[in-house]
Design a protein around this ligand. Structure first.
Ligand code: CP
Length: 319
C-alpha cells in the first residue's frame, strides 16, 4: 500500500509527477470521483493542512471521517498503533496524521492495512507542505536548477525547513539557511550553509520565512520580538533589497511583525496565499496517488519537465 510518511521516499521523478497532477487540478475542474474513506487524525492544531485535506478528499468524492483526539480513546491511553488497527478494521483506507514527535517511527506498518499520510510530525517532517511549496516555486520559475532558496528563522524547530530542504535539493535548487545563530544547531548546519540574512536577500530567488515555533521552545527566545523583527524580520526595507524577480513565502500561520512585517504579507512578491491554494491541489494529487497506486502514473503526465503554459499567480485564483 502506498503511504507518504517521509519526503525521503520520494524521488525527483515522483515529486514532479505529483506536482504535475496538482497543476492539472488547478487548471481543470473535471475532478475524478474516487471511492474510499479518509480519517483525519490531528493531535496537534492546524487550520491549513487539516481543512485542505478535508476539502481535497471531498472534491474527489471521498468519505471524510474527522477524529477529535480530545474526545477519543486516546484520552483512555489507546496508542496510535492500536488506533490505526481499529480504523483499518472499520475499512478506513487512508489515515492523515499530525502528531508530536517522529510518529511514523513509532508505528509498525507491517501488516497494517491502511495507507498513512504524514501531515506533520513534530520538528521532523511536513511532506505535503514541502510539495505545495515546490509547486509554488515551479509555477514561478519553471526550473529549479541553481535557484537560490533562503529559508529564514526558526530552522531548529521547523519540520517545514527539513522537508523543504530535502525536496528542493532533490529538484536542483540551492538551499541555504539564515536567522539567529541560536537556531543553527549541528543537525541543521550539516545540511546547508548558514548565511547572513541581509546579504542573502540580495541574490535569493525565494525568501522563505519561517514561523517562530514558540510552542516548541523549551525556554523563551533569547531576544525579544521587537529585536527579532529588527534583526531577522522581513520588513519593507529588506524587501526593497531583494531581486525584482524574487518571491516571498511563508508556510503560515504568521507571527505578524515578528518574522514578517504585516504589510509585506500582501505585497505583490508574496506567494503566501498561493501556497495555501496550492495545498488543496497537492493533497488531492496525493490522496489520488495513495488510492490509485500502480495506475497513478498512467493518469498523470509523466513528462516531469511538463511546464504550465499559464503562469499562475495569486490573482489567477480570484473568483
Ligand atoms: N503550514 C501549516 O502546516 O499550517 P497549519 O498548521 O495551519 O496546518
Amino acid at each position: 500500500m502506498y503511504s507518504l510518511t517521509s519526503t525521503q521516499a520520494l524521488s525527483r521523478n515522483d515529486i514532479h509527477i505529483i506536482l504535475n497532477r496538482a497543476q492539472e487540478y488547478l487548471e481543470h475542474d473535471n475532478f475524478p470521483t474516487l471511492c474510499g474513506k479518509v480519517a483525519i487524525l490531528f493531535i496537534e492544531p492546524s487550520t491549513r493542512t487539516n481543512l485542505s485535506f478535508q476539502m481535497s478528499a471531498q472534491q474527489l468524492g471521498l468519505q471524510v471521517l474527522n477524529f477529535s483526539p480530545d474526545n477519543s480513546s486516546f484520552i483512555k491511553g489507546e496508542s496510535l498503533q492500536d488506533t490505526l488497527e481499529t480504523l483499518a478494521a472499520m475499512g478506513v483506507d487512508i489515515a492523515v496524521i499530525r502528531a508530536k514527535g517522529d510518529w511514523p517511527a513509532m508505528v509498525d506498518t507491517n501488516n497494517l492495512p491502511i495507507r498513512l499520510i504524514n501531515a506533520g510530525s513534530g520538528v521532523h517532517e511536513h511532506p505535503t507542505q514541502a510539495l505545495l511549496d515546490a509547486l509554488t516555486i515551479r509555477q514561478e520559475f519553471h526550473d529549479f536548477t541553481n535557484l537560490k532558496v533562503t529559508i529564514v528563522g526558526d530552522v531548529l524547530h521547523s519540520r517545514v525547513a527539513r522537508s523543504n530542504f530535502d525536496i528542493l535539493t532533490k529538484l536542483g535548487a540551492k538551499v541555504q539557511f539564515a536567522g539567529p545563530p541560536e537556531f543553527a544547531c549541528e543537525g541543521v548546519v550539516s545540511l546547508a550553509p548558514w548565511v547572513d540574512f541581509d546579504e542573502a536577500l540580495l541574490d535569493s530567488d525565494v525568501v522563505m520565512m519561517l514561523r517562530i515555533q514558540h510552542e516548541r521552545h523549551q525556554e523563551g527566545l533569547v531576544i525579544n520580538k521587537e529585536e527579532y523583527h529588527r534583526r531577522y524580520g522581513l520588513t519593507s526595507a529588506r524587501v526593497a533589497k531583494m531581486k525584482k524577480s524574487a518571491i516571498i513565502m511563508h508556510p503560515g500561520p504568521v507571527n505578524r511583525d515578528v518574522e514578517i512585517a504585516s504589510e509585506v504579507i500582501h505585497y505583490p512578491q508574496s506567494r503566501i496565499l498561493t501556497q495555501v491554494r496550492n495545498g488543496v491541489a497537492i493533497r488531492m494529487a496525493l490522496l489520488e496517488k495513495c488510492l490509485m497506486e500502480d495506475y497513478y502514473e498512467q493518469l498523470v503526465s509523466t513528462e516531469w519537465s511538463y511546464i504550465s503554459k499559464r503562469k499562475i499567480t495569486a490573482t489567477s485564483f480570484a473568483h
